[in-house]
Design a protein around this ligand. Structure first.
Ligand SMILES: [Fe+2]
Length: 178
């Protein structure tokens, strides 16, 4: 008797997951979520590609500025490494899969691959400065859609990323001045 009544109340066994439980309804349309996630795929690929180039330059930098550039590149690649996770997880929060392979990233990124042969130290600095500017442009280009969809968390993420890339680009450009 009691068994029957508890089953009736739905307390005993978990119900079959209803479609409504896996359907995303966060107040952003499916079309906007898809377009924003697609834009974030590009930002993730750019960030990872710039991370990889910066880490590569940390390994391969030579010349009289070795110490300071080796340390500066480490600071920069660490920041970029930490940035890929929130970008990927925002894509997941929007209901889409995050890309993660080299082939996918090289197709999605707006950045050229780092040179196969390590360039001179100041060429590395120039490549990274241009890379940070390119990622800032990618992030900025997503704003109209994000604004239109009232996607504040993505707007917040983009704002933070743009500030970092613009500041890092400025610091790198400053090293190139006489
Ligand atoms: Fe190291």
């Amino acid at each position: 008797m009691s068994k029957k009544s508890s089953a009736k109340a739905g307390a005993a066994k978990p119900a079959v997951v209803k479609k409504s439980a896996v359907t995303i309804d966060i107040g952003i349309s499916e079309k906007d979520r898809e377009a924003i996630a697609k834009g974030l795929h590009g930002l993730l690929a750019d960030t990872f590609t710039l991370y990889l180039a910066t880490h590569n330059f940390h390994w391969n930098v030579t010349g009289p500025m070795f110490n300071s550039l080796h340390a500066m590149f480490m600071e920069q690649y660490t920041e970029l490494w930490n940035a890929v996770d929130p970008i990927a997880e925002r894509i997941r929060s929007l209901g889409h899969a995050a890309p993660g392979g080299y082939a996918a990233f090289s197709k999605l990124t707006s950045l050229p691959e780092a040179p196969a042969q390590p360039p001179k130290a100041m060429v590395m600095v120039q490549i990274l400065a241009q890379g940070h500017e390119a990622v800032a442009r990618t992030a900025r280009s997503l704003f109209p859609r994000v604004d239109k969809a009232s996607d504040e968390p993505t707007a917040d993420l983009l704002t933070q990323r743009i500030a970092v890339h613009e500041q890092t680009a400025w610091m790198l450009r400053s090293l190139l001045e006489e």
